[in-house]
Design a protein around this ligand. Structure first.
Ligand code: HEC
Length: 144
């Protein structure tokens, strides 16, 4: 029961309404798209965990590889301190750049480590939890 609640909370995190409608700054748009792609992959795993889609280990492992690849892009996507009225990025990103980059590396490392380890549907909850923690670790400091 507790486990299900955590998984659902993480899915909610991944499916939080996209805020990028109306964004005019192209750098801000580009970094939101990267986050959007990461979130799509979390949803692929999340809907399998909930049983909404059929379990497929290859698809889940591929989603993790994609999360790792997109996370690797995060520092370069945020390097320019671009702003937009719609952006939820906090200025502290550029004040504590090393820490921000380290959080991106944590997300990449977690997804990379877990990619290939999914063999059963029961692996998905722990995977969502471990990757989800790295999303939260960054968002809690660096995103509104
Ligand atoms: C290194 C920091 C970092 C990590 C790791 C990270 N994010 Fe983000 N994320 C951000 C920041 C900063 C924003 C706000 C960007 C903006 O509005 O300019 C954001 C925005 C988002 C958005 C909103 C995108 C939009 O269209 O407005 C989603 C969804 C999202 N992240 C999902 C995730 C998920 C899921 C993970 C983990 C798998 C994750 N993020 C990992 C920093 C991070």
């Amino acid at each position: 029961m507790k486990k299900t609640a955590t998984v659902l909370a993480l899915i909610a995190l991944g499916t939080a309404a996209f805020a990028h409608g109306g964004v005019t700054n192209k750098d801000v748009m580009a970094r939101m798209m990267v986050m959007g792609t990461i979130s799509e992959q979390m949803k692929v795993i999340g809907s399998m965990a909930k049983g909404e889609t059929d379990f497929d280990a290859d698809v889940a492992n591929a989603a993790l590889i994609e999360i790792a690849a997109q996370s690797a892009q995060v520092p370069s996507m945020f390097e320019t301190p671009a702003t937009d009225p719609k952006s939820e990025a906090l200025p502290v990103i550029w004040e504590q750049w090393d820490s921000f980059a380290a959080r991106a590396q944590d997300a990449e490392a977690a997804a990379e480590r877990l990619a290939g380890t999914v063999v059963a549907q029961s692996d998905l909850g722990p995977v969502l939890r471990q990757v989800g923690e790295t999303c939260k670790a960054c968002h809690s400091t660096f995103r509104e």
